[in-house]
Design a protein around this ligand. Structure first.
Ligand SMILES: C[S@@+](CC[C@H](N)C(=O)[O-])C[C@H]1O[C@@H](n2cnc3c(N)ncnc32)[C@H](O)[C@@H]1O
Length: 211
């Protein structure tokens, strides 16, 4: 976990910059922004520091991650965190968010269908949702020559696959190859574009709108 975090530290600020550019390009309003599955807030914090006119909320199912995120966020005034399960988001959040980010979360979910239904319910009409998930093949042979994908598939076998398999869950992990087909089936969700963040074919971002 710490190893992965230290690698990501190098990229969080440039990734946050690119995400902000996408948010400004696709959203008329970005007053309320949600980072769904924010973990320890490593990306949420630079995002809030750049989205100075927004209120950014990060949430995650892990109490420990939220405690760490709260500690790390220090003086950032336009940011807060709460513990939430994506499958049971608060009713008071209905239609609340202009922009929702799900960074490296989709493939970890036990029931992506229920989760996306909930996420869509807290997104405003015409709101923007950015779903970033690594482009990795389930077949290790297809990842030969792509060090990030090979590395991610290895990590996923002892991290993402087990966590997404709990409670008879999906067991998708990063090698979930047909996630675009899954996204296309979500009622009310429209994929507007697909972009590679920080010039890497690995961090694949789906920029979507709620119809
Ligand atoms: C790979 S981490 C990504 C964290 C963060 N978005 C980032 O990129 O730094 C996936 C996160 O999804 C969270 N998660 C998994 N299932 C969840 C659920 N049912 N509800 C909320 N968060 C969940 C995990 O706790 C974990 O922090």
């Amino acid at each position: 976990m710490n190893y992965v975090r230290s690698l990501r530290t190098l990229y969080n600020v440039p990734i946050a910059k690119e995400l902000c550019a996408q948010i400004y390009a696709h959203s008329e309003k970005c007053t309320n922004v949600l980072d769904m599955g924010c973990g320890t807030g490593d990306l949420t914090i630079p995002l809030a520091q750049q989205l100075t006119s927004s209120v950014v909320h990060g949430c995650d199912i892990s109490v420990k991650a939220i405690e760490e995120a709260n500690k790390a966020s220090g003086q950032v005034g336009n940011l807060d965190f709460s513990k939430q399960n994506i499958n049971e988001l608060p009713k008071s959040w209905a239609g609340k968010f202009d922009v929702i980010l799900m960074f490296d979360v989709l493939h970890d979910l036990q029931d992506p269908e229920i989760a996306m239904k909930q996420v869509m319910s807290v997104l405003k009409k015409n709101g923007t949702i950015i779903i970033v998930d690594p482009k990795v093949s389930r077949d290790p042979l297809n990842n030969v020559g792509n060090i990030q994908a090979a590395h991610a598939l290895t990590l996923s076998t002892w991290w993402c696959v087990p966590s997404s398999s709990c409670n008879c869950g999906s067991g998708n992990g990063v090698g979930w190859e047909n996630k675009e087909a899954f996204l296309l089936r979500i009622p009310g969700l429209e994929i507007k574009s697909r972009v590679c963040l920080i010039n890497s074919d690995y961090n694949y971002a789906y920029i979507c709108k709620k119809k």
